[in-house]
Ligand binder design. Structure first.
Ligand code: NAD
Ligand code: MG
Length: 396
């Protein structure tokens, strides 16, 4: 029996992880569940999976959860506050940690799991963008195995020679190609993009995901974050990570070798496939996802991304090439801009505008350690808020 901790258990990846784990209750035991504030969902998960620990960042939510747990006679211990996430991420009885908190808030517990030498299932891509070298270094020191959950990176991992090893440069590989669905606005005209709503932006054609990553998919910033994620995970230069639009989301990414061979991984667009791959690795276990019917799908198509309609992708490519503090700054500005868009305080086109203005004010420098990464993140959040305020003042 492997002990599993799910950080971000109430989210889309968290729920999919519990779905896969519940199909293999002879192999996986849920040790701890953690989330931000949704005590109702977390309590329902506690009743079903009976973890030893349940943690909520929000203290009021944690009190409500503790009351429900006590009233129901469950033995789960309830922890509260942001530090509780790192506590459960490094429990000695945990073998596997799913890092599925959204945004930079996932950094500390993800680092804690890496430092504790866990098998780390990494969905929280923002952590890699913010502090990728630090995370990989922590994993190297402790011997933690990092398995990518992002479908593209999981696909690349599967297509690399001898299973690949995150952080080690793959031999004989000339390029990796990330596929992107193109999101809900693939065919929307540039002049119409300014007025799209949060509801339209989160209605992804192929994937059901949390609101932040759904907006990132609509702006193509998600693919930009994934370029940086790939550079860290596979020790590959940004110039060798390409993006191709593939609206069917069946081919999840490709690895091109020096001899001209191209290997791709395919499946239904369902996150339970990469989750089951990583959970079971190096074995294969059932995910609950139906088999792929290529005849029914009929046609797979590919096209180049349009960097003019989706400037976030170009901004991310540049931040990836600049390196140092630039990706951390871009990620933080994006988090602020996306939250403003979801809160109807910024229009869709303004997301790229805010990120660009913050990056223009930034002078990139090398990140020496965690403090540098956190300082870049905090600086960019503050500059992004200021950019939002000045846009409002200007009536934009
Ligand atoms: P989600 O919004 O559905 O869930 C987010 C989870 O994080 C929730 O459990 C929430 O309680 C927790 N959380 C949010 N803010 C927090 C905070 N400040 N502190 C602690 N916990 C917090 O998001 P999701 O779609 O499940 O995505 C999770 C991560 O996985 C993201 O980094 C995303 O980019 C990545 N990812 C998701 C998908 C997908 O299909 N959903 C695919 C690839 C990668
Ligand atoms: Mg992805």
């Amino acid at each position: 029996m492997k002990g599993v901790v799910v950080l971000g258990s109430t989210g889309s990846i968290g729920e999919n992880t519990l779905d896969v784990a519940s199909r293999h209750s002879d192999r996986y035991r849920i040790v701890a569940l953690a989330a931000h504030s949704n005590h109702e969902t977390l309590f329902a998960q506690c009743q079903r999976f009976r973890p030893e620990f349940a943690a909520l960042v929000d203290r009021a939510g944690a009190s409500k959860l503790a009351e429900c747990v006590a009233a129901s006679g469950l033995g789960t211990r309830v922890l509260a506050g942001a530090d509780a996430l790192s506590t459960v991420a490094s429990l000695p009885q945990a073998d596997i940690v799913m890092a599925a908190i959204v945004g930079a808030a996932g950094l500390a517990p993800t680092l804690a799991a890496a430092a504790a030498g866990k098998k780390l299932l990494l969905a929280n891509k923002e952590t890699l963008v913010l502090a990728g070298s630090l995370l990989l270094e922590a994993a190297r020191t402790s011997g933690a195995q990092i398995l990518p959950i992002d479908s593209e990176h999981n696909a690349i991992f599967q297509c690399l020679p001898s299973r690949g090893e995150p952080g080690v440069a793959p031999r004989g590989v000339s390029r990796v190609v990330l596929t992107a669905s193109g999101g809900p606005f693939l065919k929307t005209r540039r002049e119409d993009l300014a007025s799209v709503t949060p509801e339209q932006a989160v209605a992804h054609p192929n994937w059901r995901m949390g609101p932040k990553i759904s907006v990132d998919s609509a702006t193509l910033m998600n693919k930009g974050l994934e370029i940086i994620e790939a550079c860290h995970l596979f020790s590959i230069a940004p110039e060798r990570v390409n993006v191709v639009i593939h609206p069917q989301s069946i081919v999840h990414s490709l690895v091109e070798y020096e001899d001209g061979s191209v290997l791709a991984q395919m499946s239904q667009p369902d996150m339970r496939v990469p989750i089951a791959h990583a959970l079971g690795w190096p074995e294969r276990i059932a995910s609950g996802v139906p088999a792929l019917d290529l005849v029914q799908i009929g046609r797979l198509s590919f096209e180049a991304p349009d960097l003019e309609r989706f400037p976030c992708l170009a901004l991310a490519q540049e931040a990836a090439r600049t390196g140092g503090s630039a990706p951390a700054v871009m990620n933080a500005a994006n988090e602020i801009a996306v939250a403003a868009f979801l809160g109807r305080r910024l229009n869709f086109a303004g997301i790229a505008g805010v990120i660009e203005s913050v990056l223009q004010q930034h002078e990139a420098r090398p990140l020496q350690g965690l403090d540098d990464a956190l300082a870049a993140d905090a600086w960019a959040r503050e500059r992004a808020q200021a950019a939002l305020t000045s846009r409002h003042a200007a009536g934009a």
